[in-house]
Write a protein that binds this ligand. Sequence first.
Ligand SMILES: Nc1ncnc2c1ncn2[C@@H]1O[C@H](COP(=O)(O)OP(=O)(O)OP(=O)(O)O)[C@@H](O)[C@H]1O
Ligand SMILES: [Mg+2]
Length: 336
Amino acid sequence: MIALVFGSITAVMWQGALDVAAGRLSGGSIAAFVLTGGLVAGAFGSLSESWGDLLRGAGAASRLHELMSATPDILPPAVPLPIPVTSNGARLTFTDVHFHYPTRPDQAALNGVSLDIAPGETVAVVGPSGAGKTTLIQLAQRFYDPDQGVVRLNGVALPDADPAAARAMMAIVPQDSVIFAASARDNLRYGHWDASDAQIWDAARAANAESFLRALPQGLDTFMGEGGARLSGGQRQRLSIARALLRDAPILLLDEATSALDAESERLVQDALGRLIQGRTTIVIAHRLATIRAADRIIVMDEGRIVEQGDHAALVAQDGLYARLASLQFQDTPAA
Ligand SMILES: Nc1ncnc2c1ncn2[C@@H]1O[C@H](COP(=O)(O)OP(=O)(O)OP(=O)(O)O)[C@@H](O)[C@H]1O
Ligand SMILES: [Mg+2]
């Protein structure tokens, strides 16, 4: 564009100079012509910039359109059944659930799991890597439908209910806390958009996140950085717990982080979790003895099946998989 503009100005000036010298044109008209030409060329220049913007916008819009026009496999039924409300959490029931991931048709991720979790109960799920623990939580949220068997929420089979209504009853604390590149406030109220600042601080206090949030340079408006890069691991976890507290859902799905925390963060996170599970139905995938001991019941999974269940003492006494895991894998809370 620039070469074109200056090239044509040079050409016009050259021809103009020849014409002025030959007396065919006055100096004034050539000056006026060059000036006007410059203005017109400038306008074309910005037009070409806008054209570039337009192309970039069109590219982004087509990607957005692709996302928005994708039809999910999990659809609400034509007439969704309402999910009854219970006090003190909700009842979650798995009945003979078989499931394999669509990309792995040959390997069952769950192989006949039956589990009834009463309102208000805390169930710890333990087992070796790949046992199907996370899969259990994914099916509870109906990210997939089981191949066989059914998952019920307060007696309503999940496929008969609106997935949005079922998920509205759940809060999750994932294994890796997801922190968005947004302000601390937006990160906290992600599951409850109209929460007031007072509610946000209440949740932060209960999650032991208040002190580090108060110390942020712009308070709740502080930008958290890409993926929460400006927080420590323990702070990210506590923020994620505060978010779940603020959501205040009857069912809590917790994939306990395995990452090593120092003794103090560990104690703060553990303490916050203790408060979070009060008065809710909780499934916690547990890696720490302290969490496991706080549960009402322990489910031991292996290769997509529930192989043992009971409380800590009974399971240790059975001297099976749990006893082996307990001696090898579960870290006790350091210096609690
Ligand atoms: N998205 C997926 N697609 C295909 N296979 C998967 C997918 N997610 C998990 N699996 C497989 O399903 C099985 C159960 O996985 P799951 O994630 O439930 O294990 P887990 O018990 O949570 O293990 P960990 O303790 O390591 O988190 C594994 O064999 C795994 O390889
Ligand atoms: Mg997992």
